[in-house]
Ligand binder design. Sequence first.
Ligand SMILES: C[S@@+](CC[C@H](N)C(=O)[O-])C[C@H]1O[C@@H](n2cnc3c(N)ncnc32)[C@H](O)[C@@H]1O
Length: 300
Amino acid sequence: MTIVATDRSVRSLLKQGIGQLREANVPSFTLAAELLLFHVASRDRAWLYAHPEEILSAENAAQYFALIQRRANGEPTQHLTGKQEFWGLEFEVTPDVLIPRPETEHLIEVALDRLALREIRAGRPPRLTGNGITLVDVGTGSGCIAIALAKELPDATIYAADVSVAALDVARRNAARLGFADRIRFLESNLFEAFNPVRFDLIVSNPPYVGRGTAETLAREVREHEPEVALYGGEEGYEFYAQLVAQSHEFLKPGGLLVLELGHNSLPAVQPLLDPSHWTNVGVTNDLACIPRVLAAECH
Ligand SMILES: C[S@@+](CC[C@H](N)C(=O)[O-])C[C@H]1O[C@@H](n2cnc3c(N)ncnc32)[C@H](O)[C@@H]1O
């Protein structure tokens, strides 16, 4: 009896879970085992380290090992816990949406910096509330970009579009749970189809940018579990950008801003799409891994 109880201590469960995930070559296996343990125990990291001897119920331990097994078989941790943090907010994620990635936070930073710069250039203080600004997040997925911007720009008018009805359901639930339901209008739309005659001060997008031809190079977690419509931008990957950039020019007000996330090797194909007769103040921002990650430009 005592042995069973000892085996269900937090310390022991974690050690066994880490071992199983390491054995299965799961990336970040320690973090994954911790997150799954927090999830079944409804606790946080502080609890885990403060109470390593605490005994979980047999039911919780069984749930934990079932999740460890699913993670070892390739399901992303976020699909098992149903959540991912982004911009300090907790987002629901399901297999219908891309799991928000930390590098996408650079896109939010660049968008906010560019808006502040516009204020300075107009001789106004750079304090941003978003007053007078209409923006759209194209391909909103979980809604993470639109919701982060709603948090930072309390007075902006915000639209969020996606071609996936299932993704929009998740995005609407996230907006409602985080208190932004009345701030964002979610629309089913293939690119800008549903938007005529709205014109925007800011268009942001993290578009599908993986090449179908390179699908085999994706991690199994991504290739087998994240939605194809969120991943693939065409055979090469950058085809989607061509339509997005061309249509963005039509849908931006003069002087409007376009801020795009880039795939790890997209820049050489995407930057030339910003024809100098239509676009100015083009800027590229690297992510923490020094990969060109965000492309921003102003339309004229
Ligand atoms: C890379 S995911 C980005 C999701 C989310 N914005 C994020 O950053 O985590 C791309 C999103 O674009 C959507 N999408 C794909 N094709 C689209 C289209 N033609 N029009 C609008 N959205 C599209 C997908 O459904 C997916 O939600």
